[in-house]
Design a protein around this ligand. Structure first.
Ligand code: 4AD
Ligand code: MG
Length: 443
């Protein structure tokens, strides 16, 4: 039953002249009363299948002639090399079986005219039909790129002996500030969906020393920008005996490794999406400069952007700043008042914290946030008090620091953002199968 021949293999010439069985879905169909040209698709590509009434018999011919788009079929025939066909091959069909028909009263809804005429516009129409939109070429390409990005992240960290480690998703406190917390009823109490794996990772830091994860994080973001989701995939790492600089080396390392992996594994998909492969190669091959927050603020002010020292950079500002970047840049040393309590103040100038954001070029902006942690008990108590955060949810976090605290740090990388940037997508929702934002939890 398991399928053994994929269209991609046929198109690459692995079965020329052979009699084969192809399983897939009808992507397009046309023809006459004597001959049908059926474009079959599967997860690897498309191929034209030619069925003549004289070869397949009346019953099969009528079934194929009446089969609608997205009908699943099994076709048997001979592979013909034909330069005029898409991909250079076609299947000359001798028999065919319809597996899953499509009812003519309810045809596949995603068509050019339906998109053009949709009441709420094309984007909403495709989001409403996301469960069906997934099988279009564009989404298939995005999902394959996404899979390679996940593989590259696992490969990078496992290759350096990091241990994969898991933290709870139901938590009692904020990591990144209370304004984006999702509250959930929890057996008569309140709990929250976690914004980050970090605090629980720090608890395991003395046990594992080098740890990472890829897991969903949640943010109750009302803003619907091209880079915000309420549920996103977060690759995070934590490392013992390390400072801000050491952590940045891994941030740069993993992002360059992702870009290199995509060039190795997904050049065809990137090219099909219209992505310039030279840009991706540039991101894989070149070092990422480091600049201080103050310098970035001055640059922005010089460009006429209205920004005051002490503000975190929001998307509108990062967009302007990164428009002309040739490669991603690290922004370091943000003002202490702009960042959460866990960031370690710079001993040389405690107005700043030892942190970094990695900003992607082409206007994409922040893809990584990280830095060195406040690791002594006295300092963390000061920071919590200074922020005015209630102490109770963080008792475990403080406790960890009572028993052999060491310098350590880590970062979080927004996996969907990296996919979006490297694929050259217009919007983050293009790279995740079922995007969640403030207006949408369906389908
Ligand atoms: O900068 P953030 O908020 O940092 C943290 O959560 C740290 N606790 C991570 C750590 O040090 N372990 O988030 C990290 C990254 C951002 O740079 C961004 O790429 C992504 O997570 N991110 C989002 N991606 C999509 N939608 C959202 N709403 C996101 N919020 C953050
Ligand atoms: Mg951030």
């Amino acid at each position: 039953m398991e399928k053994d021949i994929y269209i991609g293999d046929v198109q690459s010439g692995a079965h020329d002249g052979q009699q084969i069985v192809l399983k897939g879905w009808i992507n397009r169909t046309r023809g006459s009363n004597k001959i049908r040209f059926i474009v079959l698709r599967d997860s690897t590509g498309r191929i034209q299948c030619v069925a003549k009434r004289a070869d397949v018999g009346d019953d099969t011919f009528e079934a194929l002639a009446g089969a609608l788009i997205e009908t699943s079929v099994i076709m048997t025939g001979v592979v013909n090399v034909d330069e005029r066909s898409e991909g250079g091959h076609e299947l000359v069909v001798d028999s065919a079986t319809i597996v899953g028909p499509v009812n003519p009263e309810n045809p596949f809804p995603i068509t050019e005219s339906a998109m053009a005429n949709a009441e709420g516009g094309e984007t909403e129409f495709l989001l409403d039909n996301r469960h069906l939109y997934l099988r279009t070429a564009r989404m298939t390409q995005m999902l394959k790129i996404r899979s390679s990005v996940f593989g590259a992240i696992h490969g990078y960290f496992r290759g350096l002996d990091f241990t994969e480690y898991h933290a709870p998703n139901f938590v009692a406190g904020a990591v990144e500030g209370g304004s984006t917390l999702f509250e959930v009823p929890y057996f008569g109490r309140k709990a929250y969906l976690t914004q980050s794996w970090q605090l629980y990772a720090e608890a395991a830091m003395p046990a594992l020393e080098r740890l990472y994860t890829i897991a969903p994080s949640f943010r109750a973001e009302k803003s619907r920008t091209r880079r915000h989701l309420t549920e996103f995939w977060h690759a995070e790492m934590e490392i013992a005996w390390a400072g801000n600089e050491d952590v940045m080396v891994h941030g740069e390392g993993v992002v360059r490794h992702i870009a290199r992996t995509l060039l190795d594994e997904r050049s065809d998909e990137l090219a099909a999406l219209g992505r310039d492969l030279d840009l991706v190669a540039r991101y894989a091959d070149n070092p990422y400069p480091r600049i201080r927050y103050d310098e970035a603020v001055e640059t922005l002010q010089g460009m006429g952007v209205d920004i005051e020292w002490g503000q975190d950079l929001d998307y509108s500002k990062e967009k302007v700043l990164t428009q002309d970047f040739e490669v991603p840049h690290f922004l370091t040393h943000y003002p202490r008042i702009a960042k959460p309590f866990y960031h370690r103040p710079d001993p040389d100038d405690p107005k700043y914290v030892l942190c970094h954001d990695l900003l992607a070029p082409e206007g994409y902006g922040e893809i990584i946030g990280g830095g060195e942690r406040t690791w002594s008990e006295t300092e963390i108590l000061e920071r919590i008090e200074e922020e005015g955060t209630p102490r109770e949810p963080y008792e475990f976090y403080i406790d960890v620091r009572k028993y052999g605290g060491v310098p350590h740090g880590g970062f979080g990388l927004g996996v969907d953002r990296v996919c979006s940037w490297l694929a050259g997508a217009d919007h983050i929702r293009e790279v995740i199968p079922f995007p969640r934002d403030s207006r949408r939890v369906t389908p």
